[in-house]
Design a protein around this ligand. Structure first.
Ligand SMILES: Nc1ncnc2c1ncn2[C@@H]1O[C@H](COP(=O)(O)OP(=O)(O)OP(=O)(O)O)[C@@H](O)[C@H]1O
Length: 600
């Protein structure tokens, strides 16, 4: 670097100070700048560039977070003639990847204990804007780590500003008013979220609860929790009036709406979001006049399926969010609406002739037979390879009745399946479970948990099959599920992506096997072609599939680079079939050319 006569030694606080001024925040006294973390400085030529996350106090004791995490290139040169930067501790120089994004070292240490040391693409993109307290839509494919993408910055903020909210408010505050409110569609997802929170905040004195709290939890422990996890339906039951919602949010800084497309499309969910948006707007008006520590609410919307807005007056979830929260920004990945990268897909045609029709019972029987055949094959392969390890499968049905029938058929024939595979008990146990909306809540919770937990490699290997409706299609982190079977083909694009996304999560491998009946041909063809990006249909007939079982079963999608987003399949009423009918698409019409033309 060329030295000049105006060489300066710069301290990190100097850099932040200059950076804040350059960002149009005005001049601040050094003492006013709370440096949360300055994580790297580069000197290029005569200019110093820095990446930092800091905060400054505003009137009414509000703190504004400042983040420059968007990258060096986006910053103007801060200082000319800088040669040295001092003030960085050894720790700063050797910050881990999460800390470099601005995540609290304590949270990063807990992540490391869980074996998570490098952020995913969506985490890299989302952390900066969320730390900067922006309203953000976080969109990325299933299993990409969206949960940590929003939890880590929100918890970092919560830990760094523990003094911001009154811990024991006197009036106007409902019991259980949290600082951070997390909304998910189902109770099963609430329980999962709580488990994630407990694991990443271990030893950090962060209180988290389900809302309403389970009776077993002592109320004194969670009267004013840091984090509450709930569903819009549970909130609507307990906090029905606008006033009670205002009191619930008394201490709240941020709200996360996960599975946002689902929640926004649900009338109860949207009503609650609209009420919270109105509270936030009122707070903004009060902010400048009030002496109380009132802050605008921060909203985060996370989704794996959120198609773009196509018309100005669109009523899609994304359009509703953007019209209501006009300052909301979107961060996303390029793989949005694609099947997971590590997924192999297979499509199995159930009848040999296109015009063959099946009664409901015949269809159930045919599908059960096909399912048993692939199970025998999977178990036989284990026996032949002498690799007897635990395995988990998920089998999706479109109705409770079909799920019950399949569960009964599998339960009745499990001994035959094991015998035919040659694997033999006790070398591997076989377990079939069932979950749908009519199963009692507690039983449902236990069954789902049993399928979500990691395989125990020290226990006897077990082949677990969970037969389910779409109750478990979204959000649940089935880490060790190797195979998803669509016994009935999904009815819409979002469901298809969520179902197949229960495997091949977090960069792992997995397979999805879809059974295809004549009524599914058009939509399955579209999906198959879109995901493979090839013109030839490789749909197998059932007979071909049976033959293939004895030889090497064909893997239909091998090259990840062939993937095409399924965005074109989304429609407002979210139905594949209607969309295809509307466009009058036939099985062999111009779908492929549309995909190639970039309209898909
Ligand atoms: N940086 C990371 N490195 C490794 N694993 C990670 C990382 N971040 C998250 N994970 C793991 O990836 C898995 C999927 O994460 P998560 O449940 O947040 O996905 P998601 O994007 O919300 O998926 P979905 O849309 O299906 O709900 C989890 O088991 C999580 O622990």
């Amino acid at each position: 670097m060329a030295k000049s006569s105006h060489q300066q030694r710069l301290f990190i606080s100097d850099l932040l100070h200059i950076m804040l001024s350059r960002m149009g925040r005005g001049a601040f006294r050094q003492s006013e700048i709370h440096v949360c973390r300055l994580f790297s400085v580069q000197i290029r030529g005569n200019a110093a560039y820095c990446r930092a996350v800091g905060s400054i106090p505003l009137p009414n004791r509000r703190i504004a977070a400042i983040s420059t995490a968007s990258g060096y290139e986006s910053l103007l040169p801060l200082v000319t003639n800088a040669t040295t930067v001092t003030g960085a501790s050894k720790e700063d120089v050797h910050l881990g990847p999460f800390e470099r994004l601005g995540i609290s070292p304590e949270l990063a240490a807990n992540l490391a204990r869980e074996g998570i040391s490098n952020p995913t693409q969506i985490q890299i993109k989302a952390v900066g804007p969320i730390l900067a307290q922006k309203n953000v839509i976080v969109t990325a494919e299933t299993g990409s780590g969206k949960t940590l993408a929003y939890l880590l910055p929100l918890l970092t903020h919560l830990l760094q500003h523990a003094d911001l909210s009154p811990s024991r408010p006197k009036s106007g505050c409902a019991p259980f008013s949290p600082r951070l409110l997390l909304l998910v569609p189902t109770r099963e997802l609430c329980v999962q979220m709580l488990r994630v929170l407990q694991s990443i905040t271990k030893g950090l004195n962060v209180t988290a609860t389900l809302l309403p709290p389970p009776p077993s939890v002592p109320l004194t422990q969670i009267r004013y929790p840091d984090v509450a996890v709930s569903t819009p339906a549970a909130i609507a039951r307990q906090f029905s009036s606008p006033r009670s919602i205002k009191e619930l949010l008394y201490r709240t800084d941020a709200i996360v709406v996960d599975e946002a497309d689902w929640t926004v499309a649900d009338p109860t969910g949207w009503k609650f979001i609209a009420q919270m948006a109105s509270i936030s707007r009122k707070r903004e008006t009060l902010e400048t006049s009030s002496v109380t520590p009132i802050r605008k609410l921060q909203f985060i919307f996370a989704a794996a399926t959120l198609p773009p807005i196509r018309a100005a007056k669109a009523k899609t979830p994304r359009a509703l969010i953007q019209r209501t929260f006009q300052d909301v920004i979107t961060v996303g990945t390029t793989a949005l609406h694609m099947p997971p990268a590590g997924l192999k897909e297979r499509f199995i045609r159930l009848v040999d002739a296109d015009d063959q029709t099946l009664s409901d019972d015949q269809e159930t029987q045919t599908k059960c037979n096909a399912l048993m055949a692939i199970l025998v094959d999977a178990m036989r392969k284990k026996a032949e390879a002498n690799v007897v390890t635990s395995d988990k499968w998920l089998v999706f049905c479109n109705s409770t009745k079909r799920a019950e029938q399949v569960f009964a058929a599998l339960s009745a024939t499990q001994d035959a399946i094991i015998a035919e595979s040659g694997l033999g008990v006790p070398s591997m146990a076989f377990e079939v479970n069932l979950v749908h909306g009519d199963v009692h809540r507690d039983e449902r919770g236990t069954t789902v948990l049993n399928h979500v937990v990691k395989n125990n490699h020290n226990a006897q290997p077990v082949f677990k099959i969970l037969v389910s409706t779409d109750l478990v299609a979204r959000g649940l982190d089935f880490v060790d599920v190797s195979t998803v079977v669509q016994l009935d083909f999904a009815r819409d694009a979002a469901t298809y992506l969520h179902r197949i996304g229960r495997t091949a999560r977090a960069g792992k491998a997995g397979q999805a096997i879809s059974f295809v009946s004549p009524s599914d041909y058009r939509l399955s063809d579209f999906v198959e072609r879109a995901s493979k990006g090839v013109a030839d249909s490789k749909l197998q007939t059932h007979a071909q599939f049976r033959t293939a079982l004895l030889g090497d079963a064909e893997v239909l999608r091998e090259d990840d680079n062939d993937r095409t987003p399924l965005t074109a399949l989304f429609s407002r009423n979210r139905s594949f079939r209607n969309k295809l009918r509307k466009k009058q698409m036939t099985r062999h019409d111009s779908l492929q050319s549309k995909i190639e033309a970039g309209q898909a």
